[in-house]
Design a binder for this molecule. Structure first.
Ligand code: NDP
Length: 450
């Protein structure tokens, strides 16, 4: 039986790979889901008969476009823009925009694919999408970022709308970029509407949206720990990244009485055994969000270690929160983490662990919360921002945070429902994949062959 299922996964993946050559991250994301779903389909043949898996792995629409802009020297530059409209069975396409030089079609398709399941898990009515560009905001002036984003939106605006497709931020797209994108959309459409989330507070943004992904990742870790009668209090935590998700993950860990000892960026990581307290975190936020500097400066300021070109997974910790980017924990690093006593991995980033690292977590039966469940808090509060925009109301910080917390608890409960094995071990990967799939698949069945 196991061999037969493996053969079905391989056969399915052979088709996906043939159709989408060279999109290795997309293959990786689809395989992970298919491995969970194919055994489930055996017991629920209605989905196979309607070819739901084949349809879900095929984007509804892919947009690729030229983005020309003038740099500060008056020289023309050309980037490529993308929007993947993956699945709209349960709501308008929803997902972030990533501006990073590594962006390509395969990376955005993996992110859009993951987003479909993640958005379904949030319990809110949002389909899945993702977009972005190979534009690198690092080292660019505010003026250059504005010119680029205006040009990007000059094409994107005709494809999106508050009931069609609602982008948000991701790597390289924060409050500044969302502001420029929104301004250009409004100018082109002549309408003030909730077409983007992550907006500024004064012009339609939601309280807690900046905090949501990082907070949610820690809420999810806390829920996982509760299943073993434990909590985040007193835990030593290794965090990667130092952007939006990492910063607020540290803040919530501090609230829970845990101690974060690392942060990183693409140049290396800092190790601060004394812990990154509120004052040090305020320094990081200024360094990264205003000064746009490197994490190495933290080590100089606080007299701790900076390890160049490395990731923080060799450090002794109880909990690991990967919050930087995809494939940032390899098999060896997963083994080292566990050998050093780590028994909780809650993913703030999307697909940060390679498949072999996930196998290590599952084999050792640690508490492993995959990104599509653990980092769903960001898009959940984006969904709440859409609701507030439609109501033309704005909820208090406490109200949004309470809703976020409840959604993370509900996502955990869904994972538990679909992922608990006979020996009581919760296989969160299966739980998240099947839990996310059912709602989308049932909606696709109800809506006919579209
Ligand atoms: P930011 O741009 O704010 O921060 C990204 C951080 O990761 C930076 O510290 C960056 O370092 C580091 N990083 C990026 N690429 C690499 C790389 N190739 N190698 C090493 N370090 C890298 O992004 P976010 O915090 O918003 O996003 C982080 C992760 O969380 C991503 O995987 C994203 O998809 C995911 N996510 C984000 C959500 C959100 O609401 N923002 C929602 C759900 C998931 P440097 O500055 O040196 O590049």
């Amino acid at each position: 039986m196991a061999n037969l299922l493996e053969q079905k996964v391989d056969d399915f993946m052979a088709k996906v790979i043939a159709k989408n050559p060279a999109e290795v991250e997309f293959h990786q994301a689809v395989r992970e889901v298919v491995e969970s779903i194919i055994p489930f389909l055996e017991e629920n043949p209605k989905y196979s008969e309607a070819k739901i898996l084949d349809r879900i792995a095929e984007p509804e629409r892919v947009l690729m476009f030229r983005v020309p802009w003038l740099d500060d020297q008056g020289k023309p530059q050309v980037n490529r823009g993308f929007r993947i409209e993956m699945n709209s069975a349960i709501g308008p396409y929803k997902g972030g925009l990533r501006f990073h030089p590594t962006v390509n079609l395969g990376i955005l398709k993996f992110l859009a694919f993951e987003q479909v399941f993640k958005n379904s898990l949030t319990t809110l009515p949002m389909g899945g999408g993702k977009g972005g560009s190979d534009f690198d905001p690092k080292g660019k002036s505010d003026n250059e970022v504005m010119k680029f984003t205006q040009s990007f939106m000059s094409e994107l605006f005709r494809h999106i709308g508050p009931n069609t497709d609602v982008p948000a931020g991701d790597i390289g797209v924060g409050g500044r970029e969302i502001g420029f994108l929104f301004g250009q959309y409004k100018r082109l459409r002549n309408e003030f509407t909730g077409v983007l989330t992550g907006k500024g507070r004064e012009w339609g943004g939601s309280l807690i949206r900046p905090e949501a992904t990082g907070y949610g990742t820690v809420y999810f870790a806390e829920e996982m720990l509760k299943t073993r009668g434990d909590s985040m209090k007193g835990k030593i935590v290794a965090v990667s990244g130092s952007g939006n998700v990492a910063q607020y993950a540290v803040e919530k860990c501090n609230d829970y009485g845990a101690k974060c000892v690392t942060l990183s960026d693409s140049s290396g990581y800092i190790y601060d055994p004394a812990g990154i307290d509120a004052e040090k975190l305020a320094y990081v936020m200024h360094l990264k969000n205003v000064k746009r500097g490197r994490i190495q400066e933290y080590a100089q300021k606080y007299g701790c270690q900076f390890v160049e070109g490395e990731r923080p997974w060799g450090v002794k910790c109880d909990v690991a929160l990967p919050c930087a980017t995809q494939n940032e924990v390899n098999e060896e690093e997963a083994k080292t983490l566990i050998a050093n006593g780590c028994f909780v991995v809650s993913e703030g980033a999307n697909m940060p662990s390679v498949p072999e690292a996930i196998e290590v977590y599952l084999e050792k039966k640690i508490l492993y919360g995959p990104g599509k469940a653990a980092n769903a808090g960001g898009v959940a509060v984006s969904g709440l921002e859409m609701s507030q925009n439609s109501l033309r109301l704005s909820w208090t910080r406490e109200e949004v945070d309470a809703r976020l917390h409840q959604i993370m608890k509900d996502i955990h409960a869904t994972c538990q429902k679909y992922g608990t094995q006979p020996d009581g071990f919760i296989h969160y990967v299966n739980g998240a994949n099947i839990g996310g799939f059912v709602k989308v698949a049932d909606s696709m069945l109800a809506q006919g062959l579209v």
